[in-house]
Design a protein around this ligand. Structure first.
Ligand code: PGA
Length: 251
């Protein structure tokens, strides 16, 4: 059975003190609850060790938002998958469209990042999704298929089963425009169908696929009620405990 997951992506927000306060608030609010989903918070690197320690024993798991495409050595400013793992984080968001667009992350770079994340025991939340011009040309399925074929579809079936996929149409990220429930369900069903073609139906059924892009407390229930939507990758609405918990409660 695949897992439902609500994962926050704080992006480049919150000082260390603010992030610790947000994690503490989340931990408090979730203390008496048994969510019907796994709960993950994707913090900036500097928060990881403190926040992972702080949420230990709670339902909250911690994700990095990136890791290096190299194992170790003279790569000034980079943070390796092994370093992320050593903080207590268990997930890493990889291939976010902001990283692809602003930091030149290609499929080749992402293949190295995914491999290093997996070999260090981290669960990648692997992002894919098309820009508005692709959607307007109605070629989003081919585009996303290609993104997956160039990267995670090259993994062995064993490794593929260790990751989570997040579909995030770029035109819906941080814009307040959510993909309609139908558009999101249609794409996630398509992704599941191509996973089945590549790795077989059982693996496809067991892969958690999340939707991301202006997902919030208002639209989460409708999105999560769809058969192929196994949760969300949440940016803006993960920065306030009450909003994030309302999304968790949508399951
Ligand atoms: P958003 O961001 O929820 O603010 O649209 C989602 C994401 O980029 O992960």
């Amino acid at each position: 059975m695949r897992k439902n997951i609500v994962a926050g992506n704080w992006k480049m927000n919150k000082t260390l003190q603010e992030g610790v306060a947000l994690a503490a608030e989340l931990k408090d609010v979730l203390a008496g609850k048994t969510p019907n989903c796994d709960v993950v918070i994707g913090t900036p690197f500097i928060h990881l060790a403190t926040v992972a320690n702080q949420v230990e024993g709670s339902v909250i798991k911690v994700a990095a938002q990136n890791c290096a495409n190299k194992e170790s050595g003279a790569y000034t400013g980079e943070v390796s998958a092994a370093m992320v793992k050593s903080t207590g984080a268990t997930y890493v968001i990889l291939g976010h469209s902001e990283r692809r667009e602003y930091y030149g992350e290609t499929s080749a770079i992402l293949n190295d990042k995914v491999a290093l994340a997996l070999s260090n025991g981290l669960t990648p939340i692997y992002c894919c999704g098309e820009a508005l011009d692709v959607r307007n040309a109605n070629t989003q399925n081919e585009f996303v298929k290609n993104q997956l074929e160039e990267t995670i579809f090259n993994l062995s079936a064993e490794d593929f089963q260790k990751l989570v996929i997040a579909y995030e149409p770029i035109w819906a990220i941080g814009t307040g425009v959510t993909a309609s429930t139908e558009q999101a369900q249609e794409m996630l069903a398509f992704i599941r169908s191509i996973i089945a073609d590549k790795f077989g139906k059982e693996i496809a059924e067991n892969t958690s696929i999340l939707y991301g892009g202006s997902c919030n407390a208002k639209n989460a229930s409708e999105l999560f009620a769809q058969p192929d939507i196994d949760g969300g990758l949440i940016g803006g609405a993960s920065l306030k405990a009450a909003d994030f918990v309302a999304i968790i409660d949508a399951f």
